[in-house]
Design a protein around this ligand. Sequence first.
Ligand SMILES: *Cc1c(COP(=O)(O)O)cnc(C)c1O
Length: 438
Amino acid sequence: MNLKENLQFDKEHLWHPYAALKNTPARFLAKEAHGTTIETADGLHLIDAVSSWWCMAHGHNAPEIVEAIQKQSEKMCHVMFGGFTHEPAIELGEKLVNFLPQGLNRIFFADSGSIAVECAAKMAVQYQYAMGHPEKSKLVALKGGYHGDTAGAMALSDPDGMHVLFREIMPHHYFAERPNCRVDEPWDDTDFVSMEQTVAEHLHEIAAVICEPVFQGGNGMWLYNAGYLKRLRKLCDRYGILLILDEIASGFFRTGPRFAMEHAGILPDIMCIGKALTGGSITMAACVASEMVAETITNSKISAFMHGPTYMANPLACAAGIASLSLFENRDYPSAVKRIEARLKQNLAPLRSLENTADVRVCGAIGVLELKAKPSSDDILKVIRETGVWLRPFCNYVYTMPPLVTTEAEIDRICEAMKRIGECEPLPVVDGDDEFHE
Ligand SMILES: *Cc1c(COP(=O)(O)O)cnc(C)c1O
């Protein structure tokens, strides 16, 4: 099939994320991707300014990762993790124990971020059960949060976000207001009142609090003050409830430090990692518990943790994870992210004065241009073609989360493309039309 026929088949038969079949905007056919660049079948070379949905930390097809996958594939692509273990899982486990914040060292390998979140919620409930509190089976989450697309993870994401349609099939949890205090402003104690009240009011049924530390990604690209997390840790300790930090987007240097929790100097009881774990090469995530949580579950009547995906600890993904962690260990990403942050701040600050700008925010290798109204997808595509920069705005958020290997010259080009989108004619604002889909 030629390019046109390929794209036509795709439109008719293949569902894409948050997209309709058929009446969907034009799509690019990706042919190859290396470093920061994706090459399309019609000859474009696009800088991947969103790291292919935030996972491609080392750039596309890092040779170290490709080689690790190739080598492992010659020996064993997969084996069930029930009844077997294998060296790639053990080696990745060892590397993670060294790389993760101290004390977080009981690892459950999951096959995607959403599944890691499901596991975290189940672990929290199983922990409370083991503590003699079977009635504690609800979580508190934050408005404006995003934790994934499976039922359990949807139920913890913003209750008014893109999943409202499925409200009836989701378990019910409680929500506190989104922290309003910005990452770059002084902490204000009143910001914590909603969380304090929500937990106090429902304490008898609450197992844990879950949130994305500092960076709320998929539901609003919001960057909030780490002071919130310090208060949250104290609150959870006071009431004997667990703190789950979802570092799937914020982990692996994205906000500056290895993990965003380091901005607050706190540790969770359970954390979720994913996305950049394998450097964007193969799907893999993990739910990691503290020794205390793991021991409590293990010493209880139901000592097994009741979860077990078919592809758990897939050896190819583990091999990719090992190679990816070596890169995270050996490269000076903290300095690279500092350079990216400075460049983003310098380039994006002037965009505050655009007529259609609602807000500009930067933290680490995250730059967000929030618009008052979004432009048409045709206009966005035109900017992408003309600038050679791949951006994927959603709702009113035009953002970049570039690979951590992106050069300053490339950051300049990315920011120029964001500016061009900010200057496009905005569509009329229709009430209730918060579109998450294409
Ligand atoms: C992307 C994301 C998830 C879901 O991960 P998937 O691999 O897409 O299932 C969960 N939590 C956060 C914070 C995320 O950014």
